[in-house]
Design a binder for this molecule. Structure first.
Ligand code: PNS
Length: 161
């Protein structure tokens, strides 16, 4: 069956950059749980249910990927699904400080669960859900940045259809 890894995030919405990390994680780990953390400090565009649906559609061709949600600490979720690893994508040096902080905190909470970083592909190194939303809001082209169904969902949110 192989080891279980968790890919956590806000995924508001999932981008091609996230998808690349999920695919590469799923090629190494036996099972990958993509978990939408219900982070109350952010004001999301998509509801948790909408985000889950968008991720499920984007990953439906990956048989060892499951999508779930969790409210609380990531490490508690990882323990509850018997994960041995957390996977995060790294884009640029600017990600490093934040990632180091959450990785160190998670290690204090449970040092048995390792965090692995996957460097994003060059073409996604600038990509974030926030930047995609900003471009979509003003009618810019996002077809190379998100799956087609996510583009549609963004256009619906911003009444571009
Ligand atoms: O996609 P994001 O917003 O960069 O993901 C950040 C996320 C959801 C992974 C992070 O905010 C998180 O782990 N939240 C859960 C709360 C938690 O466990 N905090 C303690 C570690 S700092």
């Amino acid at each position: 069956m192989g080891k279980i890894a968790v890919v956590p995030g806000s995924f508001d919405p999932i981008t091609n950059g996230h998808l690349d990390i999920i695919k590469r994680g799923a090629s190494i780990f036996g099972e990958v749980y993509v978990v939408v953390l219900n982070n109350s400090s952010k004001n999301p565009l998509f509801s948790v249910e909408e985000r889950i649906k968008l991720i499920e559609e984007a990953t439906s061709h990956l048989p060892n990927v499951k999508v779930q949600t969790f409210s609380g600490l990531l490490i508690d979720y990882a323990e509850s699904v018997n994960a041995s690893a957390i996977i995060r994508g790294l884009r640029a040096v600017s990600d490093f400080e934040y990632e180091m902080q959450i990785t160190s905190m998670n290690r204090v909470l449970n040092d048995k669960i390792e965090t692995f970083f996957i460097m994003t592909k060059n073409q996604y190194s600038f990509l974030s859900s926030s930047i995609v939303k900003e471009v979509a809001r003003y009618g810019g082209k996002i077809e190379e940045l998100v799956p087609a169904h996510v583009e549609l969902a963004l256009n619906e949110k911003y009444n571009k259809n």
